[in-house]
Design a binder for this molecule. Structure first.
Ligand SMILES: [Zn+2]
Length: 189
């Protein structure tokens, strides 16, 4: 009974200690991931720099979690999220491009910057057509749904000796269209 009461007292003190603290946010999650990666690297590369940096990062993370200055911590997080947004978008684009490398060309919309994909044979069709200008996006919508990248309507026309074709891409999200050059075989120029 006595130890149980002591345990409750400690928990109560702990709760009071945490009351009003800032806690976790996306910047702290990022700092923790970087610390984890550096920690793993420190096993491979012998340098005091890694443990030292890990220690500093964990200290910053803990300081931010326990901080009572919510306004300042929220501002730091905002700055982080603004800086991370284009990087995350780029990584998502590269990931989508890799995932669909065998079937689709992946673009970003020139206007709204959403990630779009066009079937690779859209370019091959145009390359084999004599007149050009015909729609090569006949498969549009076939794979729609369940995938992150929007299926754009790809209209291809023959261009410059059949090696490269200009594909007109219509963004399904914002409705704007723009052209991209792709090789007839579907490879990027
Ligand atoms: Zn768009």
């Amino acid at each position: 009974m006595k130890t149980n009461g002591m345990f409750q007292r400690i928990m109560e003190k702990y709760r009071r200690f945490l009351y009003g603290r800032y806690g976790h946010d996306s910047l702290n999650r990022f700092i923790s991931v970087v610390a984890l990666v550096l920690c793993a690297l420190s096993f491979l590369i012998r340098s005091t720099l890694f443990p030292l940096t890990v220690f500093i990062l964990l200290f910053i993370s803990l300081f931010r979690q326990l901080s009572k200055n919510h306004a300042r911590r929220a501002r730091e997080n905002q700055i982080y999220e603004r800086a991370a947004k284009p990087v995350k978008k780029y990584l998502k684009f590269q990931y989508t491009r890799f995932k669909l490398r065998n079937t689709h060309k992946v673009f970003t919309c020139a206007k709204c910057h959403s990630i779009l994909r066009v079937p690779k044979n859209a370019g091959a069709h145009a390359g084999s057509q004599s007149g050009g200008g015909q729609s090569g996006g006949g498969q549009s919508g076939k794979h729609a749904g369940g995938q992150s990248a929007g299926q754009a309507g790809g209209k291809a026309s023959r261009h410059g000796g059949g090696l490269a074709v200009r594909v007109e891409i219509k963004c399904p999200k914002c409705g704007s269209s723009f052209t991209r050059r792709i090789a007839a075989g579907g490879k990027n120029n």
